[in-house]
Design a binder for this molecule. Sequence first.
Ligand code: NAD
Length: 362
Amino acid sequence: MTKRILVLPGDGIGPEIVDEAVKVLDVLVGEFELDIEMDEGLIGGAAYDAAGHPFPDSTREMALEADAILLGAVGGPQYDNLDRPLRPERGLLAIRSALGLFANLRPAILYPQLASASSLKPEVVAGLDILIVRELTGSIYFGQPRGIQVNDKGEREGFNTMRYAESEIERIGRVAFDAAMQRNKKVCSVDKANVLETSELWREVMERVAKDYPDVELSHMYVDNAAMQLVRAPKQFDVIVTENMFGDILSDQASMLTGSIGMLPSASLNSSKQGLYEPSHGSAPDIAGLGIANPLATILSAAMMLRYSLERADLADKIESAVSVVLDQGLRTRDIMEPGMTEVSTSQMGDALVAALRATIQ
Ligand code: NAD
């Protein structure tokens, strides 16, 4: 059945990098029997300019009907003085909540060709391929009660509540185990079960979920140790699953292991596998319109879309291999440029990727 994709280019470099990802998807439609229909919509500052709101009703309707959404990035200095509800970033929060996206998937992949971009020793990170699955809608960021109050000693105190229902833990666990089934079949669940009851329950539910995935090896790690292990020996991990706040911190830490923000995709999923796919970086207004942005994070986000929402892992593999091919050819956008390599523009990088994909047709 034809799947519906909503394309939301957004602001800054968004339209430039999304163009390249659409170019790649068009080739997959034309030459690899990918059955999708793409519509384009407005979000962020571009939507505010055209429709007076960063997440217009028309975009909401299209998003709810889509099987997957491919987004560039939102934001820019020209919108910084708008009222908060009208700022581009609000569009992003609104689409995440409209779709109930509770699972955030952030791979930290370091192509061996780019190992010197990391601040860690090449032998520690070359070939790194971790997936962090972060719960996105629960825990201390949302738990009630919360606030700042005057205590019985007359002093102000702030308080937040970390809480998880079993069903919330189970559904994020299933996302992680499903993802591991498509990878190296290892899940490391990160918690603080030596101190927190929330984590005690988390661990118990993960153990229960694991019973349904006998091929996947489950291990547990305390979050403080996980932070250490990520810089000591990050290649020991395959899939890491963790709660909202731990995941917020660990996913940024893991992404920086790679040193190249223009290469990192992300996905946010709901329970019907509907997903929002976007690069991990922002709208890079400093380089917008110059044709030098790296489109690979967005193209790799499209690959995640194929794998997680469109059941075409075969095509996701092809895109990921094609990225390796263009890097082997020595092609680099400016952000990952090194001596001896060939600098290419945003669209030249997209063209090279398309050529590498076409070359895989026998
Ligand atoms: P940023 O990620 O946009 O840029 C950080 C640095 O990385 C800049 O020097 C930029 O030129 C570079 N960079 C980012 N993506 C690149 C790419 N694909 N190719 C080459 N270089 C790239 O972060 P920022 O500067 O802190 O934020 C800029 C705007 O983006 C702000 O308005 C912010 O609110 C917004 N933002 C949006 C998202 C999102 O849409 N998901 C995420 C983060 C920031």
